[in-house]
Design a binder for this molecule. Structure first.
Ligand code: GRF
Length: 189
């Protein structure tokens, strides 16, 4: 059984999609830890409801990123985490975690990378006037949204409103992330 850790900072709909895929028997894995850097994030309630261990930390309480990443690393190691899935985790991961989990940290990003990295990617793409939007899943390295791409799914905007495009993105995310994790587990473990 592959042990997953999901890192999130916000609502946690992708966290939920992963947990649901496991509950529905579509993904043979276990979420053993949810890591969150915001004490008021909605994802925390979702983890508690799903009976999943949480590690919630305040970055300001640490003197450096290395220091809190080291605590996160220990929490992961304690639970024998095999794969770390970032799902709306708004922090760059340091070498402390990258070295401990080489090629074992992945992220979901709501654009067709390498276009529209960083925050508000859906808005960035929509405002730019692109004709095609989509979602990327990639390995994490020290560059923001920079590691090699594992999976992408695109759709044509046609005359969609921003809200329609946004909800299509999330719909794709909730299917693509569990499916990609499943593929990684089957091929790499
Ligand atoms: C998603 O759009 C994901 O692609 C991005 O952050 C958002 C997180 O949403 N990295 P949620 O917290 O999973 O609902």
């Amino acid at each position: 059984m592959i042990n997953l850790a999901v890192f999130a900072s916000g609502t946690g709909t992708n966290f939920d999609a992963i947990v649901k895929a496991i509950d529905d028997g579509k993904l043979d894995a276990k979420v053993v830890l949810m890591v969150c850097d915001k004490s008021n994030a909605k994802v925390i309630d979702k983890a508690l409801k799903a009976n999943i261990d949480t590690y919630v930390f305040d970055p300001k309480a640490f003197s450096s990123k290395m220091e809190y990443d080291n605590c996160i690393k220990l929490e992961c190691q304690k639970r024998n985490v095999d794969l770390i899935c970032l799902a709306g985790y708004m922090r760059i991961v340091s070498n402390v975690l990258l070295d401990a989990y080489p090629n074992r940290i992945i992220n979901i990003h709501p654009s067709l990378l390498p276009a529209f990295k960083g925050k508000d990617a859906i808005k960035q793409a929509y405002m730019y006037g692109v004709k095609v939007m989509g979602v990327s899943i990639h390995y994490v390295n020290e560059d923001l949204d920079g590691g090699s791409i594992i999976a992408q799914k695109a759709f044509e905007l046609n005359d969609m409103s921003f809200e329609q495009a946004e909800s299509r993105i999330h719909e794709i995310e909730h299917e693509l992330y569990p499916n990609t994790i499943k593929k990684i587990i089957e091929e790499d473990f």
